[in-house]
Design a binder for this molecule. Structure first.
Ligand SMILES: Nc1ncnc2c1ncn2[C@@H]1O[C@H](COP(=O)(O)OP(=O)(O)OP(=O)(O)O)[C@@H](O)[C@H]1O
Length: 285
């Protein structure tokens, strides 16, 4: 196995009883990959994610890991609304991973700050909103910094603002070196984050052809604004593909493509940036 390969599936098949769900699937996940998995309801996305995560057995084929200590974080499509606080739940999950007590307390604090969720010691998860639960779902999967994060429909049922915040969190996780494999119904995550997209159809895995993406890349947005330098620094560290310069009228101009559009604007406004103008320009490619 090459040094940057984390997980390999070789000709993996999965049957439930006598029913074939996945047939001869081969997949390589490398460091730095961000892969979207798409397919219709019941096509086998969750099954494949659980196989990659080592949660269910294969019917045939092989699953190979870079090494036996590889950390794979898994988020199911929904987390149960438990009668415990996020801190109690994460403490429980951290103990299962044998994290020492003090390190675990620090990590739980750090995760609440990272996902921008108040560490409330009395509010039980049964009273959480969908967005709050989804954050805790991601926290439990990242309680040990994962080499690979496997996400099952991370945006399902969330409102636009929660989606934008989660996208920002996922970009940060990706920037810290974690590979991501995510099942998604809508193409949002695909256009925002991923290096490639696979489809499951009739039990087979197929790589999406790259020709379907460029129409989005041909659109450029130019945002003229008033903004402080430290906010520019923080935004450009979150969105490394975004360019900026100070223009003749003294305003700052950001240029960005469709893939960064929603998450960048939410973050820009959240950090107190003031929009002077926003223009959409078509580029011929
Ligand atoms: N534990 C199980 N036992 C029997 N059949 C199962 C089991 N889990 C899933 N299946 C079946 O396998 C097929 C694939 O299910 P899976 O949940 O992997 O699909 P999916 O693509 O994630 O679907 P969705 O988009 O609706 O979440 C479905 O027909 C489902 O009914």
């Amino acid at each position: 196995m090459k040094s940057d390969v984390l997980v390999t599936l070789e000709e993996v098949s999965k049957k439930y009883a006598s029913r074939d769900v996945l047939t001869d699937i081969s997949l390589t996940i490398k460091q730095g990959d961000c892969i979207a998995l798409r397919g219709s309801n019941g096509s086998g996305k969750s099954t494949l994610l659980r196989i990659v995560s080592g949660l269910i057995p294969l019917t045939s084929g092989q699953r190979l890991l870079k090494h036996s200590k590889l950390v794979i974080g898994y988020t199911p499509d929904r987390l149960a609304k438990l009668r415990m606080t996020s801190t109690e739940y994460l403490t429980h999950m951290g103990r299962i991973c044998n994290i020492p007590k003090k390190d675990l307390q620090d990590r739980i604090k750090e995760l609440h700050a990272f996902f921008n969720l108040e560490q409330n010691y009395s509010l039980k998860m049964i009273n959480y909103s969908k967005g709050m639960l989804q954050k805790v779902n991601l926290m439990q999967a990242t309680i040990q910094t994962p080499d690979l994060l496997v996400l099952d429909e991370p945006f399902s049922g969330l409102d636009k603002e929660s989606i934008a915040h989660l996208l920002t969190s996922l970009k940060k996780i990706k920037a810290e070196g974690t590979a991501i494999l995510a099942a998604v119904h809508d193409p949002l995550l695909a256009s925002q984050l991923v290096s490639h997209t696979y489809w499951i159809r009739e039990g087979k895995l197929k790589l999406e052809r790259v020709e379907s993406i460029p129409s989005e890349l041909s659109v450029i947005f130019e945002l003229e604004c008033v903004i402080r330098q430290e906010i520019i620094d923080s935004l450009t560290s979150l969105f490394p593909d975004i360019a900026w310069k100070t223009v003749d009228n003294g305003f700052v101009r950001f240029s960005f493509t469709q893939k960064d559009y929603s998450a960048f604007l939410v973050e820009f406004i959240h950090k107190g940036g003031e929009i002077i103008s926003l223009q959409r320009k078509e580029r011929s490619v």
